[in-house]
Design a protein around this ligand. Structure first.
Ligand code: FAD
Ligand code: AMP
Length: 483
């Protein structure tokens, strides 16, 4: 087979592998280059998401949630369970099994769709050429009419807390602990810090989360964030805001190592000792090593590959998607960009609606949102109205003994068009999707209010929040009363 392709994709994460499959479906001769290898030196697909991100973290979140339920929450149902124990190694092995199954599944999908998988680390040269170095150091040049860069991102490392891959770890290391650390420090109260902090806290770690900013979950609607902080603190996460890490030093005493962490808050300098420290201070695009000097592709001031609304870079025929480019670092955003680019290559006019990308924090309860927050609308000077419904008033949530949180819908004061939805509560990730679809179709809050919802469902809380926008909620006393 010649080495000339219609499209070559660099990176087989959710951006790259989805783009590759869609390109092949559209009849393009497609290859996907991936540097990650399995133990047989074959390319390992799935990227951050399947290997060390979304999927393994959710596997551990689900396992640890079941443990907490069995330990603390069954009693109320009249179920007594004695001596609930966790076999951490078995939990980690289960997670690894899911990863192997899903990454192997991509190999099968590539075969089924006729995508050529190539193992190697690619660097973009000028003239739509890629220099690819395989695991054995062999270098080969590939050419294509179109190139899609989907090399993703890596965790940010900070000088005060150098990783040692044992005591001080990043998110990848935090998915691999084979024992529950007694004292666990987490640097960064972002999505990843809270999810991984929750996993180990549920299994018994004393977790301290050190966050430089004074505000909690600044990107989340603050009514929801306030509730989240209360609930997570009650669950045992010791969240310290306005606390900036200044130093972390591993101290070895005989066979045991600990880490002494220093941080500064409004009261001055503080020190704390942990058995493990997770550094979760964000991720950065893997852009620099991907581009040769004459690639013709430019970066923005934050190191993301510069692209327009259609993910076209400054080099003709070269596209970039996913964590490499502006916008939220989310798997589904990467995948949809992959589909958009594949379809535009064959001349379709596909576009992405960047205003309708849901995002979720998989704590329990889950925190999910789409669209604008109240804070953003206030800052923009836009007039809006809100409707809120608490899960405490949902029969289905009560039946499940899972009543923390609320649904909040925000609509335009003038047109009633839905501008945002913010949920903290059971199955928030799935519930918010109803409003993502509604927003995609330009629905008003009244459209949702006039829709028939099954009973009893958690979705009824979405219905009631939409009714509450006009003060018509049935199962709570409305703050705003309108006829
Ligand atoms: P990646 O998934 O990073 O894939 C890039 C691929 O390119 C990798 O396989 C890499 O090996 C390969 N590559 C890099 N450079 C080269 C090169 N030069 N040559 C060849 N191959 C190369 N997002 C969500 O939406 N939901 C979640 O619940 C969620 N949870 C997360 C939990 C954790 C712990 C982490 C770390 C991330 C999570 N994310 C989540 C974020 C999500 O994983 C990323 O947004 C997503 O994987 C980005 O997809 P991508 O295709 O752009 O890049
Ligand atoms: P995210 O970008 O959502 O992954 O969140 C990362 C979090 O880490 C942000 O809220 C940052 O404010 C926080 N952070 C970054 N550097 C430090 C630091 N040195 N000490 C404490 N928190 C930090």
């Amino acid at each position: 087979m010649s080495d000339k392709f219609d499209v070559i994709i660099v990176g087989a994460g959710p951006g790259g592998y989805v783009a590759a499959i869609r390109c092949a479906q559209l009849g393009l001769k497609t290859a996907c280059i991936e540097k990650w290898v399995d133990d047989k030196k074959k390319p390992k697909y799935g990227g951050t998401c399947l290997n060390v991100g979304c999927i393994p973290s959710k596997a551990l979140l689900d396992s640890s949630h079941k443990y907490v339920e069995a330990k603390n929450d069954f009693d109320v149902h009249g179920i007594s369970v004695k001596d609930v124990k966790i076999d951490v190694s078995k939990m980690i092995d289960r997670k690894d099994g899911i990863v192997t199954q899903l990454t192997g599944g991509i190999t099968g999908l590539f075969k089924a769709n006729g995508v050529t998988g190539i193992q190697g680390c690619a660097q973009l040269q000028g003239g739509r050429k890629l220099e690819v170095t395989d695991i054995d150091g062999k270098v080969k040049i590939y050419e294509a009419d179109n190139i899609i860069l989907a090399a993703g991102s890596v965790p940010v490392e900070i000088p005060p807390a150098p990783l040692d891959d044992n005591i001080i770890v990043d998110s990848t290391g935090a998915l691999e602990f084979r024992e529950v650390p007694k004292r666990l420090g987490v640097i960064g109260a972002g999505v990843i810090g809270l999810e991984l902090g929750s996993v180990w806290s549920r299994l018994g770690s004393e977790v301290v989360v050190i966050e430089a900013l004074d505000s909690f979950l600044g990107m989340v609607d603050q009514q929801i964030a306030k509730d989240a902080k209360k609930i997570l603190t009650k669950q045992g996460l010791d969240i310290r805001l306005g606390a900036r890490l200044t130093n972390a030093k591993v101290v070895k005493k005989g066979k045991k190592s600990t880490v002494t962490v220093q941080y500064t808050d409004s009261e001055g300098d503080k020190e704390q000792v942990f058995d493990k420290l997770i550094v979760a201070v964000g991720r950065k695009p893997l852009s620099e090593s991907l581009l040769s000097k004459d690639s013709g592709v430019n970066l923005d001031e934050r190191g993301f590959i510069f692209v327009n609304d259609y993910c076209e870079t400054d080099a003709p025929g070269v596209y970039a998607i996913g964590d490499l480019v502006r916008g939220p670092m989310l798997a589904h955003k990467a995948s949809e960009e992959g589909v958009m680019v594949a379809e535009r290559i064959v001349g379709k006019k596909t576009q992405m609606n960047y205003d309708c990308i849901p995002s979720v924090i998989y704590t329990h309860p889950e925190i999910a949102s789409v669209g604008k927050t109240e804070e953003q609308l206030k800052a923009d000077g836009d007039a809006y109205k809100t409707g809120v419904f608490p899960f405490a008033a949902s029969g289905r949530a009560m039946a499940a003994n899972d009543t923390a949180g609320m649904v909040k819908i925000i609509a335009c004061a003038e047109t009633d068009r839905i501008l945002g939805c913010h949920i903290i509560g059971p199955s928030a990730a799935d519930l918010v999707q109803q409003i993502v679809i509604a927003m995609e179709f330009g629905s008003s809050a009244e459209d949702i209010a006039l829709t028939v919802f099954g009973h009893p469902t958690l979705s009824e809380a979405v219905h009631e929040a939409a009714l509450a926008v006009e003060g018509h909620a049935i199962h709570i006393a409305n703050r705003r009363k309108r006829k």
